[in-house]
Design a protein around this ligand. Structure first.
Ligand code: SF4
Length: 328
């Protein structure tokens, strides 16, 4: 029996314990670029390289880069004057660029180009004097960066229940934008409720929820109905990883847990389980998924079947400062 929506799955009727492995999963193009940015900066300039906030929301990545000489700080005022600082994949507001300029820091911006695209949209709609309803999670770095592009025009809408609080100046000039790593379904619910209040609400020029977030959710949805348990590898502060747990449960998985490492899996979760789904958030290196598969194999889940719903080929060029220089 195939899995609806899966383009390349060889999933047959369950015969004993098995793992369904979602594809795509793990690193997206923006995370790959951001992590490589810090690695290349360390190679080129030597340690320490300062990084404002976690370069991506993954414990293992942050710990590994710290061991290699990256120093993670919360704000640029913790960076010594004149030092090199990398801005994380989640993006920064113009105020952070200014603060870095004041301290004469050398900066490399590892903001994902798909986050930058949302910043550009915010700037453009603010220039046209729209009220911008930014759907996202309060306190998330990406939302702070995007809102900081046009603080006087942006209002945060943190899920469908926040819609009633929204006030706009002119109902004919309202647009919604969003954080890149949200649940597609929940965001659409928020948009529907916003549109009921503001029928003239404009959509973003293109999807703000990025391809990687969408693809990982589609893959989980395809396998979840067959799963007694879905294990999502990812960190607790990773928005897109948390969303995968919610999507798995909504799509029919009996249970779902988020783990950073295989050692966090409680063997009791596997009692009475025949099919375990495994996936990982966009900031998760594959080595952590391998650890989970090894653990599951030791528990009798040695059969692994891949459920593929998309093939990803997108690659982003490194920031200009780290590209190989061209010969004259
Ligand atoms: S999850 Fe999406 S927006 Fe975030 S870094 Fe990856 S590609 Fe970019």
């Amino acid at each position: 029996m195939g899995i609806p929506g899966a383009v390349n799955s060889a999933v047959s009727k369950p015969q004993g314990k098995r793992v369904l492995l979602a594809e795509p999963r793990g690193y997206c193009a923006g995370v790959d670029r951001a992590v490589e940015t810090v690695e290349r900066a360390l190679e080129k300039h030597g340690a320490p390289v300062y990084v404002r906030k976690e370069i991506v929301h993954n414990r293992h990545v942050v710990e590994t880069l710290s061991e290699r000489g990256a120093v993670f700080v919360e704000e640029v005022d913790e960076v010594p004057e004149g030092a090199l600082v990398v801005f994380s994949a989640h993006g920064v507001s113009p105020a952070v660029h200014e603060a870095a300029g004041t301290r004469e820091l050398r900066t490399i911006d590892a903001t994902c180009p798909l986050v930058t695209k949302v910043h550009q949209e915010a700037k453009r709609f603010a220039r046209d004097d729209f009220d911008i309803l930014l759907i996202g999670h309060e306190g998330h770095e990406e939302v702070e960066g995007t809102a900081g592009e046009a603080p006087s025009h942006v209002q945060l809408v943190d899920g469908p229940d926040s819609v009633d609080k929204v006030e706009v100046r002119d109902e004919s000039r309202v647009v919604w934008l969003s954080q890149t790593t949200l649940s597609v379904d929940e965001t659409m619910e928020t948009v529907e409720r916003l549109r009921k209040r503001f029928p003239g609400l404009q959509d973003p020029p293109s999807d703000d929820i990025c391809y990687a977030t969408q693809n990982r959710q589609v893959a989980v949805k395809a396998m979840a109905p067959e799963c007694d348990l879905v294990i999502v590898v990812g960190s607790r502060n990773s928005s897109n990883s948390l969303r995968l747990v919610e999507v798995a449960l909504d799509a029919g998985a009996r249970t779902s847990y988020l783990v950073d490492y295989a050692k966090e899996i409680n063997p009791a979760w596997l009692e009475g389980v025949e099919t375990v789904g495994v996936t990982s958030g966009a900031s998760v290196p594959e080595i952590l998924v391998d650890g989970v598969l090894q653990f599951l194999s030791g528990e009798g889940f040695g059969t692994v079947q891949t459920v593929t719903t998309a093939n990803e080929t997108l690659v982003f060029a490194l920031p200009r400062e780290l590209r190989p220089s061209r010969r004259p």
